[in-house]
Write a protein that binds this ligand. Structure first.
Ligand SMILES: Nc1ncnc2c1ncn2[C@@H]1O[C@H](COP(=O)(O)OP(=O)(O)OP(=O)(O)O)[C@@H](O)[C@H]1O
Ligand SMILES: O=P(O)(O)OC[C@H]1O[C@H](OP(=O)(O)OP(=O)(O)O)[C@H](O)[C@@H]1O
Ligand SMILES: O=C(O)c1cccnc1
Ligand SMILES: [Mg+2]
Length: 548
C-alpha cells in the first residue's frame, strides 16, 4: 500500500473550525477517566453507521470522508487548546494527562471506509475506526458531525437531481437560509456532490472549485423607478464596435412586440425596463433577468423580450429569465410560448430556447407536481428546502464500540433496531445478473469473502426466519483503508469524481428502491456466522429477569 500525502491543491481546503476541540466535553472527560484507569494501551474498534435512511427514502449517499481524513491528518491539541482545557476541566485533573494530550496524534488509528459518494444503507458501517481506545473515542463527535450533515445534504441533493431529471439544471441558492455560515458552506459543497450544477455561494466556488452561478434580485429592479434612472443608454456593438442606443431600441421593440403579444407598453413598468437595460449593459453576453417583480405577463416578459431583441441588434444573445413567484407551471409555459412566437415571427430560432429559471421555495414535491402538470422550466434555483434539509433536518449516524482488546462488544436495547452488530466486520455488496445491487452483507472479518457464482446464505440480523440464498454475479468489497500509520493510504477523489460516483452508484439501485412514494427497502444482511455470533453474545449479555 503506497502512502499518499496530499496538499491543498489535491484536497479542497478544510473548514478552519474543524479541530480537536470541536467535540463534546464528554469525550475529553471520558479520555481522562480512561487514562486514569490505566486504559492507555487498550485497543478499540468503533463503527460509524446510521439506522434509518432520511427523507422516507431507502438509500443514503455517504459523504464527508475527505473532511474526516483532513481532520485525522491535522489532529493535534495546540498550546492554547491545552491551556483552555486546564482552565475548564476540574482542578483535580492530573497535570500528566495534559502532557499526554499534548502529544496525541492519529498515527496509530486505522480508518476504513466505504467510498465517498456511494449509496449506503442502514447498519452497514460507513466508517470503521480502529486503534487506541482513548484516541478513537476522542474522534467520535467530530467524525459524526463531518459525516452526518455531509451525507444528509448529498442525499437530499441527489434526490432533487433524481426527481428533476437529468436535463434540468439545478442551482443551489441557499446560503442566506442555511444553518449559519458553516452550514451554508457545507450545503454548497455537498449539493454539488449530490448532483447540483452550481452554487450562488462565491466562497464555496473558490474553496471547492464549484461553478458559481446567479441572476439578480428584486431590489435591483425596484431600485429603478423611471427611464430617467438609466445613467447611460449606449452599448458598443459586439462586432462593428458602433455605439447602439439600447434604450431607443428596447422602446421600439416593446412597441412592436405589444402588437403580437397580449401586453401593452402602457401597462409595463418603465422602472423595470430601466433596470433590465442597465443589467443588459453590464452583462450583454449573460443577460438573465428576473421578470416577476411587478407582473410577469403584463410587464416582465414584455420588457425582457424587448431588451433581449435590442441586445440582439447590438450583436449579443440573451440568456433567459427567472421567475420567483406565482404559478411556475403556468408562467413558464406562458414564457416559453411567448419566446416561440417571437422566434417564429422574427425568424430567430434561438429565442425559442431561452433559459427559464424558476425559484421560490421549491422542494421535492413541487418538482414532482410541476412535472405532472407540465412546465417549461430549464433550471431550478433552490435554497431553503435544500440546504436546511427541511423534510428531515438530521441524519442519525452513531458511533458505537464493537470490540475492545479483541473482545466483541454489543449494545443492547429494548428496540431491536438499536442493538449494535458486534465485532470487527467486513461488508460486501452482492450484485445480481442484471447488474443491480441485490443485498449488502456483513460478515465477521475472519470469514472468507463471498465469491462470484457461489451460493451464500444471507440472514436478517435479528429475525430468524428471514433469510435467503444469493448467488452473486459480482461482489464488491465495500471497505478500503484510507488512513494508517499516520498517512492517507488511499487518496480521496476530487469533488468532481465523487459527484460522478454518486450518479454511478445510484444507477446500481433498482428503480423501485429509489422512487419517491413508498420505495422498496434494500436488504442488508449478515452471514450465518455473524448471525450466530450476535445472538450468542446477546444471550450472554442480556440479564435473565425474574417474575414475582
Ligand atoms: N404550479 C405549481 N404547482 C405546485 N406548486 C407551485 C406551482 N407554482 C408555484 N408553486 C409553489 O407554490 C408556492 C407559492 O408560494 P406563495 O404562496 O408564497 O406565493 P408566491 O407566488 O411566492 O406569492 P408572492 O407573489 O406573494 O411572492 C411556492 O412554494 C412555489 O414553489
Ligand atoms: O426560495 P428559496 O428556495 O429559499 O430560494 C432562494 C430565494 O432567495 C431569493 O430571494 P428571497 O427569498 O431572499 O426573497 P424573495 O422571496 O422576496 O425573492 C430568491 O429569489 C429565492 O426566492
Ligand atoms: O442568483 C440568484 O438568482 C439567487 C441567488 C441567491 C438566492 N436567490 C437567488
Ligand atoms: Mg423567496
Amino acid at each position: 500500500m503506497s502512502n499518499v500525502s496530499l496538499d491543498d491543491k489535491t484536497m479542497a481546503r478544510q473548514n478552519g473550525i474543524v479541530q480537536p476541540l470541536l467535540t463534546d466535553l464528554y469525550q475529553i472527560t471520558m479520555a481522562y477517566a480512561y487514562w486514569k484507569s490505566g486504559k492507555v494501551n487498550d485497543v478499540a474498534v468503533f463503527d460509524l453507521f446510521f439506522r434509518t435512511n432520511p427523507f422516507q427514502g431507502e438509500f443514503t449517499i455517504f459523504a464527508g470522508l475527505e473532511e474526516c481524513l483532513k481532520f485525522l491528518q491535522n489532529f493535534h491539541y495546540s498550546e492554547s487548546d491545552i491551556d483552555y482545557l486546564r482552565q475548564t476541566l476540574p482542578s483535580t485533573i492530573e497535570s500528566a494527562f495534559f502532557d499526554y494530550l499534548k502529544d496525541l496524534t492519529c498515527k496509530d488509528i486505522i480508518l476504513s471506509a466505504i467510498e465517498e459518494g456511494s449509496v449506503a444503507f442502514p447498519r452497514v458501517p460507513l466508517l470503521r475506526v480502529e486503534g487506541p481506545l482513548i484516541i478513537a473515542q476522542l474522534l467520535e463527535t467530530t467524525l459524526l458531525t463531518l459525516v452526518n450533515f455531509a451525507s444528509l445534504m448529498s442525499t437530499n441533493a441527489a434526490r432533487y437531481r433524481m426527481f428533476a431529471g437529468k436535463h434540468i439544471s439545478l442551482l443551489e441558492f441557499g446560503l442566506r437560509r442555511a444553518q449559519g455560515p458553516d452550514g451554508g458552506l457545507s450545503a454548497s459543497k455537498y449539493s454539488y456532490i449530490g448532483g447540483f450544477d452550481g452554487t450562488s455561494n462565491v466562497l464555496a466556488g473558490k474553496m471547492f472549485n464549484i461553478p458559481v452561478k446567479g441572476t439578480h434580485a428584486h431590489s435591483f429592479v425596484t431600485s429603478f423607478s423611471t427611464l430617467d434612472d438609466i445613467k447611460c443608454v449606449t452599448l458598443q456593438h459586439a462586432e462593428t464596435q458602433e455605439q447602439c442606443n439600447l434604450l431607443e431600441k428596447s422602446l421600439d421593440w416593446r412597441n412592436r412586440l405589444s402588437l403580437i403579444l397580449d401586453a401593452s407598453p402602457e401597462e409595463a413598468s418603465d422602472g423595470e425596463l430601466a433596470a433590465l437595460i442597465s443589467y443588459a449593459r453590464a452583462f450583454p453576453s449573460g443577460f438573465l433577468a428576473l421578470v416577476d417583480t411587478y407582473d410577469v405577463k403584463r410587464s416582465g416578459l414584455l420588457n425582457f423580450c424587448a431588451v433581449a431583441l435590442a441586445l440582439h441588434e447590438c450583436g449579443y444573445t440573451a440568456v433567459g429569465i427567472r421567475i420567483d413567484s406565482g404559478d411556475l407551471a403556468y408562467l413558464s409555459v406562458l414564457a416559453r410560448d411567448t419566446f416561440k412566437k417571437i422566434a417564429e415571427t422574427f425568424a430567430l430560432p434561438w429565442f425559442a430556447k431561452l433559459t427559464i429559471v424558476a425559484s421560490n421555495d421549491i422542494n421535492e414535491d413541487t418538482i414532482l407536481s410541476l412535472h405532472e402538470q407540465g412546465h417549461a422550466i430549464d433550471c431550478f434555483g433552490i435554497g431553503t428546502h435544500l440546504v436546511t434539509c427541511q423534510r428531515q433536518p438530521a441524519l442519525g449516524c452513531v458511533y458505537k464500540l464493537v470490540e475492545i482488546n479483541g473482545q466483541p462488544r454489543i449494545k443492547l436495547s429494548q428496540d431491536v433496531g438499536k442493538v449494535t452488530i458486534p465485532g470487527h466486520k467486513k461488508a460486501y455488496r452482492l450484485f445480481g445478473a442484471d447488474g443491480h445491487a441485490l443485498i449488502d452483507l456483513l460478515q465477521r472479518s475472519s470469514e472468507a469473502a463471498p465469491e462470484v457464482g457461489q451460493k451464500v446464505l444471507c440472514r436478517h440480523p435479528f429475525q430468524e426466519s428471514k433469510r435467503a440464498y444469493v448467488i452473486p454475479s459480482k461482489v464488491e468489497h465495500l471497505y478500503k483503508i484510507y488512513w494508517k500509520d499516520g498517512q492517507i493510504t488511499t487518496a480521496p477523489k476530487p469533488l468532481s469524481e465523487v459527484r460522478e460516483r454518486v450518479q454511478a452508484s445510484l444507477r446500481t439501485l433498482r428503480q423501485d428502491i429509489k422512487r419517491n412514494l413508498n420505495p422498496t427497502p434494500y436488504k442488508v444482511a449478515v452471514s450465518d456466522d455473524l448471525y450466530n455470533f450476535i445472538h450468542d453474545l446477546w444471550l450472554q449479555n442480556a440479564p435473565i429477569g425474574e417474575l414475582s
